[in-house]
Write a protein that binds this ligand. Structure first.
Ligand code: ACO
Length: 430
């Protein structure tokens, strides 16, 4: 088959450059410009990398126009309906759904890595009493490399796998410990008789004097939220993990970098913001006014939880969560915020402004409501996101390191600063 290529002409010099057009399994083709600077001295310019494929990847596929999300080829709707979080974690890490035996073994390995070294508990007491749990998560996850010197040789595939297992197993324990420390409650040990989601709920809500038995719907909701947030291809935090890892940094440091990136309000904070917005709206009679505010270009207010940088028709995860949100809230006597959310959604979806701009509820429109209904405080929403996304981060890190073609990430720049000039002695400066 002839090689497909694209030719660009420099109008000024008449020079022509040919680029190979690479095609993946799905999605748009990409010009291969990897040799561009070496061969022509020219750079591409793409702030935010919205038109740049930084790597080959076989993990997750998103079609933002069609509202499609696939993990290793499997539609998110099917995984959400049928799989457990650890089954999905296995799929993301190893590329195939596990057999029964493989899943049992994997569950066993993860379960028996959930405990923390006792010395790690001392780290928590070093934090200020009102430290944000994400601050504790970044610090403690980064510090794990100090405990596992013997298994952080990134060139050894078995070492990489052990680190991946440790991260997936220990993140809920660290997350729950951060929560408990903030409340002044004893840090709970994991329970090996519980599944991943139920154990996480136990570590969050049990105390040494009182057991906590999660309801089936609470376990189901956490399992689902973990699956839906597990990966989202080359998003900001995953790209951060890849870039950090490209230098050969150890996996714990790389995942800590991912957590720090996720913490930014433009990445992981939408669940919290959507809930705050619903509380601010307060009552259905205020909806019209807030919709008008969202449409007003002179008003900074935007409908939180609406719109997505990638999904332009619908976020496939939002519909799944909407249904579960209903189920979780049915267990409660009254759920005015959910009613408000449904009314807001209905009004916005019929409004020309939102239709023209293709603005639909995203996954986080409902996630905050579910977390709140489960008794999870607002400053923990992002922490739960980080627990889920750890699987995606680790899968991408493993994929990158195992790729013999991978090299250190080193973006370039278009320098727009001052041209060369002479040093001015301080006595002559104005
Ligand atoms: N409410 C009201 N108007 C909106 C909203 C919104 N939530 N989102 C976008 N618009 C409008 C913009 O003002 C713009 O209008 P214009 O064309 O008249 O200027 C138009 O829709 C396109 O908006 P962009 O910002 O260009 O859309 P983009 O796809 O770049 O932005 C984003 C997506 C940032 C998510 C945006 O929709 C937003 O701010 N949403 C609310 C916050 C939110 O929920 N963020 C979390 C998304 S999940 C994630 O990012 C991981």
């Amino acid at each position: 088959m002839p090689r497909e290529s694209i030719t660009l002409t420099n109008n000024k010099t008449g020079e022509r450059y040919e680029f190979e057009l690479k095609q993946g399994t799905l999605g748009p083709p990409a010009f291969d410009i990897s040799a561009l600077h070496r061969e022509t001295g020219i750079l591409t310019y793409d702030p935010g990398f919205f038109s740049t494929a930084g790597c080959d990847s076989s993990i997750t596929y998103i079609d933002g126009e069609q509202g499609i999300l696939l993990y290793r080829g499997y539609p998110i709707e099917q995984l959400a309906a049928k799989a457990s979080f650890l089954e999905v974690a296995y799929l993301l890490l190893y590329g195939e759904l596990p057999s029964e035996r493989e899943l049992t073994e994997f569950e066993q390995i993860i379960t028996y890595h959930t405990m923390l070294n006792e010395k790690i508990k001392a780290f928590f007491t070093g934090f200020h009493y009102n430290a944000h749990p994400m601050a504790m998560l970044v610090g403690v996850v980064g510090s794990l490399s100090a405990f596992y010197h013997e298994s952080i040789d990134i060139h050894d595939p078995r070492n990489r796998e052990i680190s991946a297992h440790r991260l997936i197993a220990k993140l809920p324990t660290i997350a729950a410990a951060a929560y408990k420390y903030g409340r002044g409650e004893p840090i709970m040990y994991p329970r090996n008789d519980l599944r991943y989601a139920a154990n996480f709920l136990h570590m969050l809500f049990a105390t040494p004097s009182e057991a906590y038995e999660p309801t089936l719907i609470a376990e189901k909701a956490i399992n689902l939220l973990l699956i839906l947030h597990a990966d989202h291809e080359q998003n900001t935090s995953t790209s951060t993990v890849r870039l950090a890892g490209s230098s050969g940094a150890n996996p714990f440091a790389c995942i800590a970098a991912g957590i720090a990136s996720l913490w930014g309000p433009y990445h992981g904070g939408a669940g919290e913001e959507a809930l705050s917005m619903l509380e601010e709206i307060g009552h259905p009679r205020h909806l019209k006014r807030y919709i008008e505010k969202a449409k007003d270009k002179n008003d900074p207010f935007r409908l939180r939880g609406f719109g997505h940088p990638v999904y332009k028709n619908h976020d496939p995860r939002a519909g799944i969560l909407r249904e579960v949100c209903h189920q979780v809230l049915e267990e409660q006597a009254s759920h005015p915020l959910f009613e408000l959310a449904l009314q807001l959604e209905a009004i916005a979806l019929q409004d020309a402004y939102f239709i023209e701009r293709r603005l639909y509820p995203n996954v986080d429109f409902y996630s905050g409501l579910i977390y709140q209904a489960l008794g999870i405080p607002r400053n923990m929403f992002l922490v739960l996101f980080a627990v889920a996304r750890t699987v995606g981060w680790v899968a991408h890190w493993m994929e990158m390191i195992a790729d013999p073609a991978h090299r250190i990430g080193r973006p370039r720049q278009l320098y727009c600063g001052v041209a060369p000039r002479e040093y001015v002695p301080i006595s002559q400066r104005r």
